[in-house]
Design a protein around this ligand. Structure first.
Ligand code: NAD
Length: 473
């Protein structure tokens, strides 16, 4: 039986990062994964690289270029009549990017001497791990430490089951061979908004059906309001407080029945994307007698160091508590590898940034105003609009704002909420400020380059103390 210091089950951003870090620290490491790419070959990187973060960003970028041709080039004096998009080329470009990055992980494994195993990993008793290859053959490995990083899978609605053709999940919606004339989306969450935006920009008539009465309840209310206004301008139709009850495929169409605020409604679409959340994927990963416990949502129960309560067993990423975000999983992977190697390890879940790659982009870190209120934390806010930032206007991207929330007495930054161009990058400064327990005055006293979008963060911080320069306070 092959013996390792560390076996990681799952090679998504939590698992492959854990494996590389463990190997860097001199531990004999293996990583097991069974994901197959579009070519049927083993593809490392999990959901994020294969059918999530990276491919969606590729399509978001392609579709934004196309949208700009007809919606913003004119303002620059550029005319581009009769622009066309070849969806096959766009999807092909996305596939090439995915292959480049999944291949990149295979190379990193080689460089760092991580041994990959292709198959489904299952934790047995006493830190043995069974690997079942695609042909059904099995082998058993042993390790001093096992890290479970099996990720998550899309939640399926019983009355709208994925068929891979007309009713699809995120993976399916990244691979349409042509722009659907009418696209229905169930769920106005991160995936629904990002992939709904892609196909809307390419000409699809997109309707998003969202069960909750409020739009983007996880974000700050002002950010959600601005985003909703901008999405409506783009023609994205979002029905709130609407629940799907039936999705029937008839020929090449899907007939939807849903209850809305104003009664039962019907909608016919060509494709239906169901994006109602993801669930931890721990099915069949734990054999009887391992002692590892899961909660009512199938997540492995772990402590703050991602220890699963059994000697030498850990779990990281989407299959444990906390936000289902690639970067959160990666940092948990690093933390666990470092703890196994006898070092200190820590992940601060309070400063995990969120980003939604719509147009405008949405990003935040820390608490919202609603959370401060609910927790009785006294706070003050300062905000600043991109419409008053020279660089944003020069880029023709005036929508949105930055809002800083600081403690009313200590001035410590509690949260920063951003909606606008490139805020996925701007949020990093805010995370650093919060990690260093910074105050709004700290941000306000830092020199920000002019002219840049980052001046909105600076001005919002100044505005907490009513001393923004380029707006009335
Ligand atoms: P989500 O939790 O972001 O959104 C799901 C939405 O569906 C919610 O608004 C929910 O109220 C709604 N919903 C649930 N059941 C419904 C029903 N029956 N009818 C109508 N609406 C319903 O989930 P998602 O968009 O599927 O994304 C899954 C996970 O992947 C999330 O945890 C997200 O963080 C992660 N992700 C992150 C990014 C990013 O960081 N940019 C991108 C994609 C996915």
């Amino acid at each position: 039986m092959d013996n390792f210091d560390v076996i990681v089950i799952g090679a998504g951003p939590a698992g492959y990062v854990a494996a590389i870090r463990a190997a860097q620290l001199g531990l004999k490491t293996a990583c097991i994964d069974d994901f197959k790419g579009k070519d049927g070959k083993a593809a490392l990187g999990g959901t994020c690289l294969n059918v999530g973060c990276i491919p969606s960003k590729a399509l978001l970028d392609s579709s934004k270029q196309f949208w700009n041709l007809s919606h913003s080039f004119e303002a620059h004096g550029i005319s581009a009549k009769d622009a066309k998009i070849d969806v096959g080329t766009m999807v092909g470009r996305k596939d090439k990017i995915v292959k480049q990055f999944t291949g990149g992980i295979a190379m990193l494994f080689k460089q760092n001497k991580v041994t990959p195993f292709f198959g489904k990993g299952r934790l047995l008793k006493d830190r043995q791990v069974e690997v079942t290859a695609a042909d059904g053959s099995k082998q058993t490995l042993a390790a001093t430490n096992v890290i479970i990083a099996t990720g998550s899978v899309p939640i399926e609605l019983p009355f709208a089951k994925f068929d891979g053709k007309n009713i699809v999940d995120n993976a399916g919606a990244l691979d349409f061979s042509e722009t659907p004339k009418r696209l229905g989306v169930i769920g106005a969450g991160v995936i629904g908004l990002e992939l709904g935006s892609v196909w809307k920009r390419l000409g699809s008539d997109v309707t998003i059906i969202e069960a909750l009465p409020d739009f983007l309840g996880v974000a700050d209310a002002d950010v959600a309001k601005t985003a909703a206004r901008e999405f409506a301008k783009q023609g994205l139709k979002i029905e709130l407080g609407a629940k799907l009850s039936k999705a029937e495929v008839k020929g090449n169409e899907v007939n939807l029945t849903y209850s809305a605020k104003d009664g039962e409604k019907q909608l016919v679409v060509d494709k239906l994307l169901v994006a109602v959340g993801r669930r931890a994927y721990t099915d069949g990963v734990l054999a009887d007698g391992t002692g590892v416990k899961t909660d009512e949502r199938g997540r492995v129960i772990v402590d703050e160091h991602c220890w699963a309560g059994v000697e030498g067993v850990w779990a990281v990423g989407d299959c444990v508590r906390g936000p289902m975000l690639a970067h959160k999983g990666s940092e948990e992977g690093v933390m666990v590898a470092e703890i196994i190697a006898g070092k200190a390890g820590h992940v601060n879940l309070d400063t995990v940034p969120w980003v939604i790659y719509t147009e405008p982009e949405i990003a935040w870190v820390g608490k919202t105003e609603a959370q401060c209120k609910a927790e009785n934390i006294p706070y003050k806010t300062g905000s600043f609009p991109f419409a008053a930032i020279g660089r944003a206007v020069a880029m023709n991207e005036p929508a949105g704002f930055v809002k800083v929330i600081a403690h009313a007495e200590t001035d410590r930054i509690l949260g920063v909420h951003l909606v606008g161009a490139c805020v996925s990058e701007l949020v990093a400064e805010c995370v650093v400020a919060m990690e260093f327990k910074g105050s709004s005055e700290d941000l306000a006293r830092i020199v920000h380059a002019h002219p840049t979008l980052s001046e909105a963060v600076h001005e919002a911080a100044l505005s907490v103390d009513k001393r923004a320069i380029h707006k009335a306070n």
